[in-house]
Design a protein around this ligand. Structure first.
Ligand code: ADP
Ligand code: TPP
Ligand code: MG
Ligand code: MG
Ligand code: MG
Length: 322
């Protein structure tokens, strides 16, 4: 199949979003945003050998996960997903079927949020590299910045931490384990918290960051951006019992800096905590209060309170590319 029939094959028969004027097929796509909304855009890349190996993910998972990583950034801005664009470098030894599976993973994930594929680029090369750019809308001035944490806020996190990194560990070590399939699925098919964040759009102020590199990293990003300190209670962290069976050192490696949880880390005024709990109930999302925000303008940092009450400075220990 040549490049042009490939593009034909991935073009949607119809589009779901009413703000789309022109999708795939011209020099660029055209969107007419609705008044009263801000447009949000984010981009993430997956590279063979860095984000996956053919032993850790099949082509369907690659598609599902790359859209998931991008959706997670949209969720962290509190936004409604609308569009995505895909730029792909395809290795010469990849079959048409493998390529179709990558797109099928993206399509299936996109359909859950009524997103449309509106463009991209196709190039051949030596290893698979896929970049997805997403677009969405948020009611004017309701974006959820990392700089929105205030002294006295409750800190919360969705879902469980460490599942994906533990799943990757089981895949790489080819280990048998209790509920192995669950952890592997959490690695291969993440569940970004889009609906939960949408449900909170009525809140005037909310600070959100998605956990892609590891909570140690994202918590520090919030502390720096908001110029406050986060005090986190390790004993309150939502960690699966299968992970808790391991030594504290192993646990922390997965839970604090394993990355790819694609959960949301947030802070909210104490009086709005009940609204966060209600949004969690409504969208079937687990949410856990894991600490409080402290004043610290001159020395923003993250402190981890151990089960014995001792406080330790939590450094930015998540995944770093360069
Ligand atoms: N190569 C780049 N060129 C321009 N902006 C970039 C580049 N890489 C990252 N960014 C921007 O830097 C910020 C942080 O990026 P990143 O750490 O990848 O965010 P996230 O972890 O949320 O995906 C974002 O605003 C992103 O758009
Ligand atoms: C084979 C393999 N080795 C290691 C990892 C772990 N890993 C790769 S990238 C990454 C961090 C998340 O990716 P990044 O591109 O930094 O996402 P972003 O923060 O930009 O959303 C992690 C934990 C993996 N997923 N697969
Ligand atoms: Mg990124
Ligand atoms: Mg992010
Ligand atoms: Mg990201």
């Amino acid at each position: 199949m040549d490049e042009f029939s490939f593009i034909d094959s991935i073009t949607q028969k119809y589009y779901r979003q009413s703000s789309l004027i022109k999708g795939i097929g011209d020099d660029a796509a055209v969107v007419r945003p609705v008044n009263g909304f801000d447009m949000i855009t984010a981009s993430d890349t997956m590279v063979e050998g860095i984000h996956f190996r053919l032993t850790t993910m099949n082509p369907y998972h690659i598609g599902y996960r790359i859209l998931g990583a991008n959706l997670s950034d949209l969720a962290a801005m509190g936004c409604d997903p609308a569009y995505y664009m895909v730029s792909i470098v395809i290795p010469k030894n990849w079959s048409q079927k493998q390529l179709e599976e990558v797109y099928s993973g993206m399509h299936d994930h996109a359909r859950q949020y009524q997103m449309d594929l509106i463009g991209g680029d196709t190039v051949s090369g030596n290893e698979l590299v896929i970049t997805v750019t997403v677009y969405g809308y948020v009611p004017k001035n309701r974006s959820r910045y990392r700089s929105y944490a205030y002294e006295g806020d409750y800190i919360f996190v969705t879902g469980h931490l460490g599942d994906s990194a533990y799943g990757l560990h089981l895949l790489l070590e080819q280990k048998k384990a209790e509920n192995r399939d669950y952890f592997i699925r959490r690695h291969q098919m993440p569940n970004p918290r889009v609906h939960f964040a949408q449900e909170l759009q009525s809140l005037k102020r909310l600070c959100l960051n998605d956990v892609s590199d590891g909570i140690a990293s994202e918590a520090n990003e919030i502390a720096q951006a908001s110029r406050i300190s986060l005090e986190l209670n390790y004993s309150a962290f939502p960690i699966r019992p299968e992970i808790k069976q391991y030594s504290l050192e192993d646990q922390k490696k997965w839970v604090l800096s394993g990355g790819e949880d694609f959960e949301l880390l947030g802070t909210v005024a104490k009086e709005d905590w009940v609204k966060v709990q209600a949004a969690a109930d409504k969208t079937n999302t687990k949410v856990t209060n894991i600490g409080v925000v402290k004043e610290s303008r001159n020395n923003p940092q993250v402190l981890l309170i151990q089960s014995n009450g001792q406080k330790e400075k939590l450094k930015r220990s998540g995944y770093v590319h360069l």
